[in-house]
Design a protein around this ligand. Structure first.
Ligand code: ARG
Length: 590
């Protein structure tokens, strides 16, 4: 199958050629946007600017005459159909129906959808990144699911992606954890303690640390031992990490997260030589007993390469990490997925890396993909009824329970209507609920503008009629049901007839085809601004256009049946790809 290509990009390329031909002396960025559907699919907005800035020199009387010149310089092509020029100077184009039908036939029907960006970049996505010995809570939902989706979008775009879990597995708190483990689980060397509740483990060790001076000094010694590579301290530390890892792993499995753990400890030994280099090159300087890097991003405080107590902290580790990623891994692009509270920290890290010459924009790209807080109805951080932090596993369980209710309701409705019997087996129902519940949480999160806080709302999340994963799943199920009926009647179903010829005649067919071919543009936009809601918006609009298509264009039993079935199949494939990118673990219908 031919790979997908950005439509807007192709339209832009044609206008770029036209502008160069018509106005060789004018350097211009090509301004092509989606058009008002009444007039066309895309429009070029350059004529107004050219007229304003160069009109008199070039001898044009109006933007309209500039626009005419652009139109007549468009190279011959098979992409554009109608081209019109508005009096204000917009050049508006409609894609040709032949091109649309060929595009759907060639790029959306046989084989896997594919999109390959050239040049292929090596990208590191730093995401999820919980802290060892603490339970994953609602605050880890966004860095985990947003990170996983952006990683999938980058992979789909053909890039080489390394998803790294920068877990907090190093620091002074490990002294108390090691000492506490020695006390509470004396047998830990042989048997890994089964810590049901990591949070309790952490709290209990902190309590001992605060209350018992003897414990405290032992804990402090344990940190020194650990730093010095002492065998016992090291193996105790490893056990603690293992226990945590197991509990993270359960969540990652449910959310289908494939990430490589490369925690803070990985960078520890790299810090001292790096600091020496930065000192030598005068990139860092002493200030109030600490070693600091002052950066243009933040004027009020510096980045701490060495803290005033002589130790290395979060900043030191992130400096070593960015060094390792850019210079050792040779990444072209790094995306850090954390809450917006850490935005300044990362901008300082990017500045420092630039000052050190490791980060060389635009050759290398560093992004902080920040996000807001998940709130309760009271607009405060989401909490349990008793005011505790919501554990991520509990949140997922509740999603699944609520989805199970929705699934049962749906099955009953279908049975009442005498429709196809599906999901009648309770075990199947529970599996479906697991996928649907988690997809609903993900979709609801990703449809928000990630930089805003949002209020967590179960009803809206699982609303079968609203903009929710449930609605999308039902739309998908409807396509499958039409396909099954077609198969039963012997017509081309999902496999399609041997020739993939799609006719785009009715306006509703055209709208659907148009939306489909715009899928790569959505990916392109996400690669630009790392906002995943473009994809959820797109899928929601696609489903609405599909609904109109069903109303206007009957599929089964019509003369256009084969072509319409193909349009349905192309839509199904795009939806499925969208689901995959959003991290949904398969749909529950097949
Ligand atoms: N563990 C950190 C936290 O819980 C997030 C780490 C993000 N990644 C990084 N390279 N600093 O806040």
């Amino acid at each position: 199958m031919a790979p997908l290509a950005s439509v807007q990009g192709q339209v832009k390329a044609l206008f770029s050629r036209a502008l160069k031909d018509a106005f060789p002396s004018v350097e211009q960025e090509v301004l092509v946007t989606k058009g008002n559907p009444k007039f066309g699919d895309y429009q070029c907005n350059n004529a107004m600017v050219i007229f304003r800035e160069h009109g008199s020199v070039l001898g044009f009387e109006s933007p309209l005459s500039v626009a005419e010149a652009i139109r007549s310089s468009l190279p011959s092509n098979d992409l554009l159909g109608d081209i019109s020029v508005a009096p204000q100077g917009f050049v508006t184009v409609r894609l040709s129906s032949q091109w649309l039908s060929r595009q759907v036939s060639e790029c959306f029907l046989s084989g896997e959808l594919s999109y390959s960006k050239v040049p292929r970049k090596r990208v590191v996505v730093d995401y999820s990144s919980p802290n060892i010995a603490k339970e994953m809570h609602v605050g880890h939902l966004r860095p985990t699911i947003l990170g996983e989706s952006i990683r999938r979008v980058l992979e789909f775009s053909g890039h080489e992606v390394h998803g790294l879990n920068h877990v907090g597995d190093w620091g002074t708190q490990f002294g108390m954890l090691i000492e506490y483990m020695k006390e509470a689980y004396p047998n830990f060397q042989k048997e890994l303690p089964d810590v049901h509740d990591l949070q309790e483990f952490y709290k209990a060790s902190k309590k001992r640390f605060d209350e018992d001076p003897d414990f405290k000094s032992r804990a402090q010694r344990a940190v020194v031992d650990l730093q010095a590579g002492d065998d016992f301290a090291h193996s105790a530390w490893q056990k603690i990490c293992d226990v945590s890892r197991r509990s993270f792993e359960k969540i990652y499995q449910r959310l289908d997260i494939s990430i490589e753990e490369r925690g803070e400890s990985f960078y520890n030994a790299m810090i001292p030589p790096l600091v020496d280099e930065l000192k030598l090159r005068k990139i860092c300087q002493e200030s109030a007993g600490a070693m600091c890097i002052f950066t243009p991003s933040v004027s009020t405080y510096p980045l701490m390469v060495i803290k005033s107590d002589g130790g290395f902290g979060y900043d030191s580790t992130d400096l070593a990490a960015i060094y390792h990623r850019l210079l050792v891994m040779r990444a072209d692009w790094i995306v850090y997925v954390t809450d917006l509270g850490q935005e300044q920290h990362f901008h300082m890290i990017f500045d420092a890396a630039e000052q050190a010459g490791w980060h060389r924009p635009p050759l290398t790209r560093c992004d902080h993909m920040g996000f807001g807080v998940v709130q309760g109805e009271d607009k405060k951080r989401l909490k349990t009824r008793s005011g505790d932090t919501v554990k991520l596993s509990d949140l997922l369980d509740e999603a699944v329970q609520r989805a199970a209710f929705e699934v049962r309701k749906r099955v009953e409705e279908q049975q009442k209507e005498g429709g196809e019997a599906f999901l009648t087996d309770p075990k199947e129902q529970m599996e479906a609920a697991e996928r649907l519940g988690i997809a609903a949480v993900r979709y609801f999160d990703m449809k928000q503008n990630r930089t805003s806080n949002y209020v967590f709302n179960w009803d809206r999340m699982l609303d079968p009629k609203g903009n929710s994963a449930v609605f999308l799943f039902y739309a998908y199920a409807r396509i499958r049901s039409i396909q099954r009926k077609a198969e039963a009647s012997g017509a081309g179903g999902a496999g399609g007839p041997s020739s993939f010829h799609v006719e785009v005649i009715d306006p509703a067919e055209r709208d659907l085809a148009m939306k489909l071919v715009q899928f790569p543009d959505v990916i392109e936009t996400i690669l630009g601004d790392l906002h995943l809601h473009h994809l959820t918006d797109y899928l929601w609009e696609l489903c609405n256009i599909l609904t109109t298509f069903y109303v206007k264009c009957k599929v089964l039993g019509e003369e256009a049946q084969d072509s319409r079935l193909l349009l349905c199949e192309a839509t199904r494939k795009v939806m499925l790809k969208g689901f995959e990118l959003l991290g949904f673990v398969q749909t529950f219908v097949n």
